[in-house]
Design a binder for this molecule. Sequence first.
Ligand code: PMP
Length: 286
Amino acid sequence: MSRIVYVNGAYKPYAQATIHVEDRGFQLSDAIYEVIEIRDGGLVDATRHLARLARSLAELSIPPPMSERALLQVMHTVIRRNRVRDGIVYMQVSRGAGPRDFALPPPTTPPTLVVLARAQRRGWSAELAETGIAVKTIPDNRWGRCDIKTVMLLPAVLAKDEARRAGAREAWFVDAEGGITEGASSNAWIVTGDGTLVTRQLDHHILPGVTRATVMDVAKREGFKIEQRTFNRDEAIKAREAFVTSATNIVMPVVKIDNAVIGDGRPGELTRQLRLRFHQVAEFSA
Ligand code: PMP
């Protein structure tokens, strides 16, 4: 079965799915994206992802390519036509195509929309979560609007590569004051000695993670204490537990930060609980 992708109004086999060579996403990173978990053929937390997509577009004055309802329908069609049970939907919206120019094109320029689905084996992240991952701290050299989910991902690509070369799976960005902002493709969390969950406050320096928001819902239901504030590397290394959240990893235990062992070096209990309960609380739409 050949994979099918949605591009600008048509469902096409991969080999025939193309965008314009002067697409502004390609030339200028003038584009935003979303990644949504597919579970049992349905979407996890689609409402929150679509709300964030709408916000990213509005912040950059890119017109929405279609209504949210229509976009949902496209996502479900792509999932169905590729027969994906478990995996992710990736969608990208750019400000469209035209002769390369820094000046914004007329607002009537149709945005480019690509929606694809990729299968991922159900157990892979659960297996990784049994042992947990290592992270490496790296200076945050991104721009000042990390709250917008743009495709301008080069700092994250390079940070993840540097982390990988040091034997870590994720990079944690550190700001000029020494505070951890977030992971290269995840939100960063610690659990303090008294069992309080700590994750950075929402501001222009981090992405408002959808998984972060749903994990907060889970934590509230379980009666866990939550603090949204900045923490630094020293506090993280002394933490009882640490973990990251993202649509692809859900809740992933962190057992090492820059080679310092967190807690007893095994995934923590609160982290385990949050992971276990996540899909009971997250929205599911088939
Ligand atoms: N921060 C960054 C920089 C990310 O790239 C991601 C994942 N796209 C996240 C946080 C987590 O966001 P979400 O839970 O919505 O996947």
